[in-house]
Design a protein around this ligand. Structure first.
Ligand code: AMP
Length: 192
């Protein structure tokens, strides 16, 4: 099994690269932001709960996210593996993920972190705002808040995987294909 955490700040290209990775490795894509947006679109109870946090660029409470991910893992126990995109975003979530996977006889193979300078992130998010329809992409205050939340609450998750010797950083600036090739060679080395 191949279970990858694709990590990086908002605008790093996690969604774009995940789409290519799942295609070439037949993995199940668990993207917590996408799952929340789906719930919001369907106006479920979970979507209503997540909306105020997401619109402001704050994190949805851990227990809500963890429960949603656990359901997805349970629904796909026969998968080749998972790619976690936008999760875990706190050390608490990372610990919960390890516990969930252990319970099912699985573990994280590695974290791949996309490294992109802050100015470039802001430029990309503003470009994406033209077509994404995402409230949280729309103004500087929300974008800055998301980057601050990342620096404060999410970046320590990288240390959690570094401590387990499961961390690889990849330069996230360049052509989509070149970045994908770099990610792919890391993932392929984890497969053996
Ligand atoms: P994303 O699509 O990954 O940029 O996520 C959009 C928003 O969804 C985030 O700004 C958070 O409000 C929420 N969200 C997504 N994943 C998580 C997570 N793992 N923990 C908490 N909130 C999350």
């Amino acid at each position: 099994m191949l279970n990858i955490v694709l990590f990086g700040p908002p605008g790093a290209g996690k969604g774009t690269q995940s789409a290519k990775i799942i295609e070439s490795h037949s993995l199940i894509h668990i993207a917590t932001g996408d799952l929340f947006r789906k719930h919001m679109g369907e106006n479920t109870e979970l979507g209503q709960l997540a909306k105020s946090y997401m619109d402001a660029g704050n994190l949805v409470p851990d227990e809500v996210v963890i429960g949603m991910v656990e359901d997805k893992i349970r629904e796909n126990l026969d998968a080749n593996g998972f790619i976690f995109d936008g999760f875990p975003r706190t050390v608490n979530q990372a610990e919960a993920l390890d516990q969930m996977l252990t319970k099912h006889g699985m573990s994280i193979s590695g974290m791949v972190a996309l490294v992109v300078p802050e100015d470039e992130l802001k430029t990309r998010i503003k470009e994406r705002a033209k077509t994404s329809g995402r409230v949280d992409d729309q103004d500087d205050e929300k974008i800055n808040n998301r980057i601050q939340v990342y620096n404060r609450e999410t970046s320590p998750v990288a240390d959690y995987y570094k401590d387990q010797q499961k961390f690889t950083a990849i330069d996230g600036v360049g052509s989509i294909d070149d970045i994908f090739h770099a990610i792919n060679s890391t993932i392929t080395s984890l497969e053996v």
